[in-house]
Ligand binder design. Structure first.
Ligand code: 1PR
Length: 527
């Protein structure tokens, strides 16, 4: 029996699913006695150091947890479960950590995008049972803005390079903790968990020693989901956001099955967009929750869900906050949520007042679950202008001359699935959302969606250069070369595609094989 300490934030379901996939049972801590009597304890966490320690203190878990850690019984900490072991964190100055490892947690101070999101390697510094059976060149999934700095080098188990060489794993006696998420790291991560749950006796040294690890560019498979006219939940795909063909909603498959297929092909992430979420209430949309629950049972890469994340009043007058909606999604197996229409309205309000209210969905979800869990999905449409002074929006000079010979354009934000254009440009939206606490931008483009004509490089560069958070380029991929183009002509961290994968024109494995040797990616055969 594995005991799991769930302090109420982030996606513990995926850790439970990963452990259960290895045939083990999980008991969730519901009181101090569960901690004290645990045989093997896993402490996963995403979110904020301050709120984690507050919850541990409020539940009187701190002393029991320390007692467990000092007892010599096996412990695996993941992400914040690693940070908790340290004395303090720059994420919450003044808040004390458990202090079992001397040192502190610091914010990344680098020129690269923060959070550090994605698949990166590890340099294994000492033999450990948890790496038995691994070669050492596998990639693992990271998502964090802070990293640990132990005082004593002897506890360092692994390091990873991202602007600096930082400590990505520690081991001290019975205590093992990783910055990366084994439960989200495909088969390599599952192997690490298995080694923790059923350790052999022999520490086999890994055979591959990396000099410097590299963050991979991510390939994201996107599943636009909605009910068709017969009431079945289907994966659909639009052509410039029009998902109907001869009057019917295009049906390209079943969400859970397709997600599993893409996971097996090597998708680094799966995104579900509930594309009618703007008009329905997601908490009444039980099938969508079920999609997440079933998918997260056997898909061990990050899952993002978008659609309908906003404050809502139901037909009985009960009010729900966007945070409550997001919490249900996290509890169902999502690692990140994506906010579309609501982000536009929030940014418009911010532009009117110039003030952060702290009440917006972006701020609230980011505060509780961390910036890395909040993606803002932008649905812009290109609008040509003959001169930049014609409008107040951020305008770019374009090489694709407009129909009336215009040399400039701006990207107008839309809401309600592209149905309503707003007086806000995509660059400004991205900048405001970053300020309010978003951790990533999913940058669609209505003009390119479903066209197979390649990504809108000008749009991606304009937005990427305006923010410091990672950007997922989306819309228009029609062949493997388009992925190469977006990664070499822009600094986007990820490329998302839908149609070519659903129509089986190109598989994810083919994209990765094409990029191999040209662009850093996670090759499935290596993981
Ligand atoms: O506004 O918070 O409820 O979120 C709704 C979400 O649903 C938004 O993220 C919005 O992008 C999405 N959405 C709404 N309507 C549509 C539609 O297609 N009618 N889909 C829609 C957006 C675009 C991408 C697509 C890429 C790649 N889909 O998801 O997957 O363009 O496609 P391609 O590779 O085939 O070119 P809210």
């Amino acid at each position: 029996m594995i005991t799991l300490l769930d302090y109420g934030a982030g996606n513990v379901r995926s850790v439970i699913n990963a452990i259960e996939s290895l045939g083990q049972k999980v008991k969730i801590v519901s009181g101090i006695d569960d901690l004290l009597s645990a045989e093997k304890l896993v402490f996963p966490g995403v979110g904020n150091f301050g709120s984690m320690m507050r919850i541990l203190n409020d539940n009187n878990y701190v002393d029991a947890l320390k007692e467990y850690l000092l007892s010599g019984r096996p412990f695996l900490g993941i992400c914040l479960g690693l940070h908790a072991l340290f004395e303090k964190s720059e994420e919450a100055p003044g808040t004390k950590g458990l202090g079992l490892i001397s040192g502190q947690v610091k914010k990344f101070d680098i020129d690269l995008s923060v959070p550090h999101i994605g698949w990166n390697g590890i340099n294994i510094k000492k033999p450990s049972l948890i790496f038995n059976g691994l070669r050492g060149d596998e990639k693992f999934y990271f998502v964090h803005s802070f990293h640990v700095v132990p005082d004593d080098d002897s506890v360092v188990l692994t390091t990873t390079n991202y602007g600096i060489e930082f400590v990505s794993g520690i081991q001290k006696g019975n205590i093992t903790a990783t910055q990366f998420h084994p439960e989200k790291s495909g088969t390599a991560g599952i192997k690490v968990l298995k080694n923790f749950l059923e350790p052999g006796s022999e520490k086999k040294a890994t055979t591959h020693v990396l000099k410097e690890t590299m963050l991979s560019k991510r390939i994201v498979a996107c599943l636009d989901v909605r009910s068709n006219d017969h009431g079945d939940l289907v994966v659909t795909k639009g052509d410039q956001y029009d998902v109907r063909e001869n009057g019917d909603v295009r049906n390209l498959g079943k969400p859970v099955e397709l997600a599993r297929t893409y996971y097996e092909q090597g998708a680094d992430e799966i995104t579900f967009l509930n594309i009618t979420g703007f008009r329905d209430f997601p908490l009444e949309d039980i099938p969508m929750m079920d999609v997440l629950k079933h998918t997260s049972k056997n898909v061990f890469v990050p899952l993002t869900i978008g659609g309908g994340i906003r404050d809502y009043t139901d037909k009985h007058g009960r009010k729900y906050t966007a945070l409550e909606v997001a919490t249900q999604y996290f509890r169902s197996g999502a690692d990140k949520i994506s906010i579309g229409g609501d982000a536009v309205l929030i940014a418009e309000a911010y532009l009117r007042t110039g003030k952060k209210t702290g009440n917006s969905s972006i701020e609230q979800i980011s505060k509780v679950y961390g910036a890395q869990a909040v993606v803002v999905s932008i649905d812009p449409r290109r609008v040509y202008v003959s001169s930049p002074d014609q409008i107040t929006h951020q305008v770019i000079k374009t090489e694709k001359i407009g129909p009336l010979g215009e040399k400039y354009c701006w990207y107008q934000c839309t809401i309600k699935g592209g149905r309503e254009g707003r007086d806000l440009d995509a660059i400004t939206l991205a900048q405001i959302c970053e300020k309010l606490g978003a951790g990533e931008i999913l940058l669609n483009c209505i003009d390119k969606d479903g066209t197979d004509s390649g990504y809108d490089i000008e749009l991606i560069n304009a937005v990427k250069n305006a923010v410091t958070i990672p950007v997922i380029a989306s819309s228009g991929a029609g062949c493997v070369e388009h992925f190469y183009e977006v990664f070499t002509k822009t600094q986007a961290e990820s490329a998302l595609a839908a149609g070519i994968f659903h129509r089986k024109e190109v598989s994810i494995a083919e994209v990765k094989n094409y990029l191999s040797g040209k662009v850093e990616t996670r090759l499935v055969k290596n993981n």
